[in-house]
Design a protein around this ligand. Sequence first.
Ligand SMILES: NC(=O)c1ccc[n+]([C@@H]2O[C@H](COP(=O)([O-])OP(=O)(O)OC[C@H]3O[C@@H](n4cnc5c(N)ncnc54)[C@H](OP(=O)(O)O)[C@@H]3O)[C@@H](O)[C@H]2O)c1
Length: 246
Amino acid sequence: MKTVLIIGASSKIASETAKIFAEKNYKIILSGRDLQKLDSVKKDILAYYPQSFIENHIIDILNYNSHKEFLNQIISQYGEIDIVLIAYGTLANQKLIENDFEKIKKEFEINLLSIISLTTIFAEYFEKMKKGTIAVISSVAGDRGRQSNFIYGTSKGAVSIYLQGLRNCLYKSNVQVLTIKPGFVDTPMTADINKNFLFAQAKDIAIGIVKAIENKKDIVYLPSFWRLIMFIIKIIPEKIFKRLSL
Ligand SMILES: NC(=O)c1ccc[n+]([C@@H]2O[C@H](COP(=O)([O-])OP(=O)(O)OC[C@H]3O[C@@H](n4cnc5c(N)ncnc54)[C@H](OP(=O)(O)O)[C@@H]3O)[C@@H](O)[C@H]2O)c1
């Protein structure tokens, strides 16, 4: 039985993914900052799959110095980890933060620096074991900077490049590094955005995440049509792109 640790497990996408892991009989550790929310995710999964092994564990993602101890505690309490899925994130309103550096910094601490801190520790752990999976939810927003969300996009783009380097580093140690790039997904994060045909359901993204982990993929666009959309967006010459209202 494989063990998956999900950090940011109260996220809609993560909780749907946890449900699929439960269906497939994985041992699951749900981690996040709010125990009540983790309990509710656990309860929901157990209602569908009562035999599942699920534990909850608090993490302070912004207390970087605690991350090593966090992993040590997880291993000593639940044993070896096979997969870590990092799912948390924030999508701030670009207009409300773009002139406030303290707020911008906070976004980078959540969406980028904490992820580098955690993946550094997990990379060392898996490298020694010569196996394991580090999966991180990035975003298509990181593929090209746009006026409507380039602070979020920069953090996600940096995460994607960081993971690309890490993947290259860990290849010889047989460690999978998966970059997950969803397009628009109907979750609390996008509650204020008008929905259109491009929006996917979290459950479908979750299916894609588990499939990509099990098939040892490197980068996955979810739904897959986003690979084509982003290919087209990336090849638009900058001279034209800078004039567009995107
Ligand atoms: N929804 C989309 O359209 C979309 C598209 C592309 C990528 N993504 C990415 O997918 C991932 C999951 O997002 P979602 O759509 O499922 O959103 P969600 O349901 O709103 O979940 C956001 C998660 O981030 C956690 N979080 C936010 N700030 C935090 C902080 N300071 N410390 C610790 N945890 C914090 C939340 O924890 P609490 O529950 O404790 O608040 C929650 O678990 C994110 O990385 C997001 O950027 C989403």
